[in-house]
Design a protein around this ligand. Structure first.
Ligand code: C5P
Length: 221
């Protein structure tokens, strides 16, 4: 079967999920938010009150749990955790869990399985480099840290007036640093990825931009 696979990587808060979801809708492709998988596992570890440096126990939990998507909802052990995985404590801890090689191997394996032989848009940190190294199109989505913090702030502010932009900015910088500097499968632009800097662009503009690239690429395939 001839499939078309799109890998979208980039730093925290660059709008990857929003953009990837829209592209998938427009193309009628499956959308896979790999960050949600690392977040779901982090949520489970925190709920079970396991110390974030207890690597053996975290691996044990990961081996025994079931992470799955139904439509665009994420489930861990059949429990829907769409909202829970977006909490501040998950944001602050997820990169510690995502740097464990055994965890990455398990989740990358699952991600490859979900994507196998399907038209997909998958977003994350290592999609173009590790999960879908043969993707038909690789995008590296980025934006200035100020803009990324502002976008997150505007998102969160609607439900929570108790947020300040400076702490969001520091959290983003810290998470990027950890994701870029981890030894195993770090956040990195794939050599053949197209970089799109979304600073100052609307979601609609970015989506249209990518759809043009997809159209050209498909015509050449
Ligand atoms: O994309 P999102 O911000 O939801 O990802 C949350 C975290 O999950 C990232 O900061 C990173 O530590 C981890 N992650 C990863 N590899 C991926 C997707 C996410 O390490 N493919």
């Amino acid at each position: 079967m001839c499939v078309f696979q799109i890998a979208i990587d980039g730093p925290a808060g660059a709008g990857k999920s929003t953009i990837a979801k829209k592209i998938a809708e427009k193309l009628n492709f499956i959308y896979i938010d790999t960050g949600a998988m690392y977040r779901a596992l982090t949520y489970e570890v925190l709920e079970r009150k396991i110390a974030i440096d207890n690597i053996q126990e975290i691996i044990h939990i990961a081996k025994g749990c079931n992470i799955a998507f139904k439509d665009n909802d994420i489930f861990i052990n059949n429990y829907k955790v769409n909202d829970e995985i977006r909490s501040r404590r998950v944001n602050e801890n997820v990169s510690y869990i995502a740097k464990i090689p055994e965890i990455r191997n398990m989740l990358v394996c699952l991600q490859k399985k979900i994507a196998f032989n399907s038209n997909v848009v998958m977003d994350g940190r290592d999609i173009g480099t590790k999960v879908l190294p043969n993707a038909n199109l690789k995008i590296f989505l980025t934006a200035s840290v100020e803009e990324r913090a502002l976008r997150r702030y505007n998102e969160i502010k609607c439900n929570n007036s108790n947020v300040d932009i400076e702490s969001i900015r520091s959290e983003i910088i810290k998470r990027d640093r950890m994701d870029e500097s981890r030894e195993y499968s770090p956040l990195k632009k794939a050599i053949n990825a197209v970089t799109i800097d979304t600073t100052g662009l609307t979601i609609k503009e970015v989506v249209e931009n990518i759809l043009v690239i997809v159209k050209n690429q498909r015509a050449n395939n």
